[in-house]
Design a protein around this ligand. Structure first.
Ligand code: URA
Length: 255
């Protein structure tokens, strides 16, 4: 303290604070409590591992596929298989779809066409291949003298339309595989056409229809011909030339 006047100035300041209730000294430096309140709270410590959650998802996946297998195996004819699919509750796609799309065409036909998934028109009608892609398919089949109502049985891997036609997940495809296999076994065609990558995935265990198309292979124990799906031909009309070559292959095998 340098002078009496300084002493009195400090004393006055102290008394002023005491009058406002500041009756205890906590630290030398002032603390702005408002600023502290705005500082973000410390983050909780990171969860060390995600494995338990993944394990849980794996368990669900395995269950859905096992349930599908059980339901499909129990079906003794196509009508029972349709009912088993309609009662299957493990696929999310079912909740967003208007109708189950099971099959169309001729039961007992020598040729079974397996497509990918219903679009908007198929979802509305509850039948596969009825929209623009289906109309193109009818023309393609007509070009080799095949008619839906007499010579071909049609189905799709996914019986429910994916929302906004999104790509189905690998889990959704995996849980439909037992139904597709059973569908083929019960429909008893002589040969299959696998239209598009999802059908190739389910039938052959691999994708790459651009590479696979036009060459006979085996799926579900039957001769199978991978081809471009008609949606793709609508998007890429130049591919129709390859599709025509594949149709001639198909016709040769059928006659
Ligand atoms: N494409 C398919 O794969 N399925 C349909 O039902 C229609 C178009």
């Amino acid at each position: 303290m340098e002078s009496a006047s300084e002493y009195h100035a400090w004393r006055e300041a102290l008394e002023w604070q005491v009058a406002f209730g500041a009756d205890e000294a906590l630290s030398e430096a002032p603390v702005n409590r408002f600023e502290l309140a705005e500082k973000p709270k410390p983050k909780p410590a990171p969860v060390p591992a995600v494995a338990p959650a993944n394990v849980h998802v794996e368990a669900l996946k395995i269950d859905a596929v096992a349930e599908a297998q059980k339901a499909a195996d129990a079906a003794q004819d196509l009508a029972q298989l349709r009912r088993a699919l309609a009662a299957f509750e493990h696929c999310e796609l079912k909740r967003g779809a208007r109708n189950l799309v099971f099959a169309d065409g001729t039961e007992g036909a020598r040729l079974m066409v397996i497509g990918e998934a219903p679009g908007r028109e198929e979802d509305r009608a509850g039948l596969p291949f009825v929209g623009p892609a289906g109309q193109l398919l009818d023309k393609m089949l007509g070009a080799i003298a095949l008619r839906r109502e007499a010579d071909v049985y049609l189905s799709t891997v996914l019986p429910w339309r994916p929302p906004h036609n999104r790509e189905p997940s690998s889990e959704e495809i995996a849980m439909m595989r037992p139904f597709v296999a059973r569908h083929v076994a019960l429909a008893k065609p002589d040969m299959l056409v696998l239209m598009g990558n999802i059908a190739c995935d389910v039938g052959l265990g691999e994708r790459g229809v651009t590479r696979l198309r036009g060459r006979w292979t085996q799926a579900f124990g039957l001769p199978a011909l991978p081809m471009f799906e008609p949606e793709r031909l609508l998007r890429e009309p130049l591919r129709k030339r390859e599709a025509w070559a594949d149709l001639l292959e198909l016709k040769a095998r059928l006659t």
